[in-house]
Write a protein that binds this ligand. Structure first.
Ligand code: KG4
Ligand code: ZN
Length: 327
């Protein structure tokens, strides 16, 4: 079995995956959403302190499996430096104590593999990753053949939801809160500009839209009734930006199979708009199970399973965190 640890942001999670069957025999995640909610976003130092409390508590529950562990895997990149280090230090201690190899896993590859938990991998695949830290399109042919074809020049799709929710004083994470508020709003009430709509670039940008929404929120002042229209119009334009750029990309690279992964792939409006977009191509849409869209250790274990089979281990002394590494 492989024990996997995830602590790249504000979720402490540990999973155990059976090597022969790929079965997930243990998975526990403790989110810090409530603790960060008052600040309207993740406070790195607080997140690190909470990981230091919760990871050992979860690890204790995995003790019955210790004698069967053949490797320990951990998210080592990208993410918050102070939180990545918590998981990596724990993984190194386990590796030394049990005399088993260590596997450093890239968190973004983890999100791609969230599609394949307790399943076989199926490539090739075009992947749209929408999370709190990333917004990018990748062509994935295998574990080691991943090409990024479009990415954000500034903020991410998920982060823009977090910031809009913060502006409205709604809490964190903003994605589900804005989605809920937008349900009863008028998507066409606010005519926000679609980012980069005149640019030939196939890239994403959310900072301008965020600022436009900030002005609308300020203008609404105490009239909170308008918040639902602002939320709905924002969700509409944030999503339209993704679908317009994907459409442009598909002109030269028609999709056969498109996957949406990452925490924000849970967004229902995004899912429906992408389904619409794919209709003329007759392309298959792949989604992770809802519980595996946001950060978790099962997806890290799933990547580790393939890395283990390929003998792709890290040197204990050389495994370091890479907070800014990209795909
Ligand atoms: O993948 P994830 O758990 O963490 C990162 O790797 O960043 O993604 C978290 C992000 C947050 O920004 C959160 O607001 C967003 O995913 N998110 C959503 C929804 N659910 C979560 N964004 C839009 N709509 C949602 N329903
Ligand atoms: Zn993530």
């Amino acid at each position: 079995m492989i024990l996997s640890i995830e602590s790249s942001c504000d979720d402490s999670a540990i999973a155990i995956t059976e090597i022969e069957t790929g079965k997930l025999v243990f998975h526990k995640k403790i989110s810090q959403e409530i603790e960060h909610s008052v600040y309207g976003g993740v406070v790195p130092e607080l997140a690190a302190r909470l990981h230091a409390e919760t990871l050992p508590k979860i690890l204790e529950q995995t003790k019955p499996y210790f004698s069967q562990l053949k490797a320990v895997a951990v998210t080592s990149s990208p993410g918050l430096a102070v939180t990545l280090i918590e998981g990596v230090t724990m993984a190194k201690a386990i590796s030394i104590a049990l005399g088993i190899p260590i596997i450093g896993v890239n968190h973004l590859v983890g999100h791609i593999y969230s599609l394949f938990i307790e399943k076989e991998t199926t490539f090739p695949l075009t992947v749209l990753l929408v999370s709190g830290g990333h917004t990018q399109v990748m062509e994935v042919k295998s574990l080691t053949d991943i090409k990024t074809v479009a990415k954000s020049m500034d903020d991410s799709f998920g982060e823009s939801f977090d910031k809009v929710a913060k502006m409205m004083g709604l809490g964190y994470p903003g994605g589900p809160l804005i989605q809920e508020l937008a349900k009863d709003g008028d998507r066409l009430k606010y005519n926000f500009t679609v980012p980069l709509h005149q640019s030939p670039l196939i890239a994403f940008s959310y900072s301008g839209l965020k600022n436009a929404v900030r002005l609308a929120v300020e203008e609404a002042g105490e009239n909170k009734e308008l918040y639902k229209d602002i939320a709905a119009s924002f969700e509409h334009i944030a999503t339209k930006h993704l679908t317009m750029k994907l459409k442009k990309y598909f002109k030269t690279n028609p999709p056969q199979r498109l996957a949406i992964v990452g925490g924000a792939s849970a967004n229902l409006y995004l899912r429906s708009q992408i389904e619409e977009l794919l209709k003329p191509y007759n392309a298959e849409l792949l989604l992770s199970e809802l519980q595996y869209c946001s950060d978790n250790a099962a997806m890290i274990g799933r990547v580790a399973l393939d890395m283990y089979k390929q003998g792709d281990f890290s040197e204990l002394k050389e495994l370091n965190i890479s907070p800014k590494s990209q795909l």
